[in-house]
Design a protein around this ligand. Sequence first.
Ligand code: ARG
Length: 442
Amino acid sequence: MTRPIWDKGGAAADEAMQRFCAADDVALDRELFAYDVRASMAHVGGLARIGVLTEGEAASLVEGLARIGEDFAAGRFVLDARFEDGHSAIEHLLAEQLGEVGRKVHTGRSRNDQVLVAARLWLKERLGALVTLCLSVAGACLTRARGTAGVPMPGYTHLQRAVPSSLGAFFAGHAEAFLDDAETARAAWSRVDQSPLGTAAGYGVNLPLDRSGVAAELGFGRVQISPIYAQNSRGKLELLGLGALHQASLDVRRMAWDLSLFATAEFGFVRLPDAYTTGSSIMPNKRNPDVVELLRTLPAVVEGAMAELSAILSLPSGYHRDLQATKGPVLRAFGRALDGLALVPALVAHVAFDEARMRGAIDPTMYATDRAVELAVGGTPFRDAYRQAAAEMTGTAGLAGRTPEQSLGARVSPGGMGALGLDQLAARLAALQVEAGGAPSG
Ligand code: ARG
């Protein structure tokens, strides 16, 4: 291992202790490294503006940082256990490249605000991706809803056949869920959009740092005011982001459940595209819906991360090394859930439905509710109408001649089955798309 940047020349730190404290942190920092480099460039620019670095020094540092970023991206520099963490690596490499000037980079900052800013830039990008993916799932669902508004399918409560519904209504329901999720993710993004840089170890420094200039250069909407709160918000904002991810994962899980149920021979409504099924090593007849099953695990992954974070965050004010342990769960949950979510639009676009089978699953008793309401409209008290409709279910008269189209066509209130509200949903999608397009991506 290279000499720790905090080494003051005393007795060497115990190796096993160092290994334990480093844990997998340096490997996790690979995901944050590029953001750390970017924030370091902005920090250096800020130092030059207040005269702490000369223009020439700042230019060399920015150039050095750019080189480090390029070497890292190209795999010429590998961030590994030679370094305590990514932050130390940056300082080490700059010192190696630039000598004395390189050793000036850390003026007025702490690894505490350095990790905060890198994690926040990373999280903003992930939340931006979450917004985009939710909108793309909603868009795919809306497209399917438009094409299937007139395709009858049973509506279920308690997983029991209830009333006639449509495939369009099924997709419209999922579309609206992901519109909500996009809005939730967007709100979390706005909260994370605050720069912690310049708060140093959590108590500021004796320099007139250009905090807002640095924040603006990094694409942040504002700065966090209180240095103490900047530290205390570490992990808390990640938890907020996970909360938004959780909402979307719940809706992915519900859709995955629906598809896996509908893909059983017993339902026989859905045929998953070949590209989205797997086989069995022993049973040649199997077409397995592994992907929807694994999509169903996303809330578990996110909830695990949320539980870990909440437990870690039981801390008094200020930086504590405990906070390092928030990194792994957050990176893992976002990585897994966004990868899963990215599969959903194509799955929605290509999943095939057996229309005859769905129509055939609508039996005449499912018109009993329509019948009861019709009788009530004619003046019969609803409870009496309900009983009369129930009696007609067993008789041959009454319900048998009805069609799903009549039933759906009569439900015309906004969002009813005859008018699915697809135009309203499309308008909301378009508005959210504009908002998301307006958000700086970084
Ligand atoms: N790896 C550390 C973390 O994620 C970086 C900050 C270290 N700060 C310190 N004071 N030891 O929290």
